[in-house]
Design a protein around this ligand. Sequence first.
Ligand code: NAD
Length: 264
Amino acid sequence: QAQLMQGKRGLVMGVANDRSIAWGIAKRLHEQGARIGLTYQGDAMLKRVRPLAEKVDAEILQPCDVADDDSLDAAFEAVREQWGSIDFLVHAIAYADRDELKDEYVHTSREGFLRSLEISCYSFTAAAQRAVPLMNEGGSMLTLTYYGAERVMPHYNVMGVAKAALESSVRYMAQDLGDQGIRVNAVSAGPIRTLAASGIGDFRYILKWNELNSPLRRNVTQDQVGNSAVYLLSDLSSAVTGEVHHVDSGYHTVGMMAVDAAPQ
Ligand code: NAD
């Protein structure tokens, strides 16, 4: 049976543990024949990430703190040395201080705002800059976003603003890199219980609301996000770029439920 990612190599950034969306993506890429490199935030993560790296036969396992240019340079240099080129890049990284995700957006601190935009938006641009010279035969880049970029969601606050900037950066980079055969897209995933999500206030309520109010009446899984990521990273989506693809059980399409369809 033909595999969708046969002959392709790339970097997956953002595996922290086996609940990470990046892990769901890495597993599916591996199943479809991709050769994988992983980056992780720092030493504290290695104990959890190393056994996962082994499961997907990762050929590269590099620390990379995206807040640090030297760390980014070192990670991509390691990729260049080992492989010379890559075909795909997955960015599944975000950060906001917990304090910013409890109260209201209007109270966001300058420091919290800058930190969140730096890690959750600029880091994709910074990684893309370093990936471009390695994508000499074209490639596909993917980041992860959330509906809180488009509509106000409870407690998402500065992360929503960061995701709006991230989605815009997807469109700008798609334009900048299109003539080099590089595609840039985002998956907008429905809420999933992960380490990052645990910082968001009332997350259980958000999960329940999405389950009850989405057309498919269920939440999404890491594996389902992984499947859609494979589509965007493979040649199946060769005419798709600058796109924010919702993998959210259809939630973003609903304005209001009919009275007889609404949860009682
Ligand atoms: P996660 O906690 O498993 O992953 C977040 C990752 O970001 C971790 O691996 C962490 O190490 C990394 N990270 C944070 N700061 C970093 C830094 N300075 N340098 C390097 N790495 C850093 O959680 P997740 O939910 O899998 O998050 C992955 C992506 O998916 C994020 O962009 C998140 O916003 C997005 N997303 C999540 C959901 C959800 O409900 N979980 C929904 C839509 C989008």
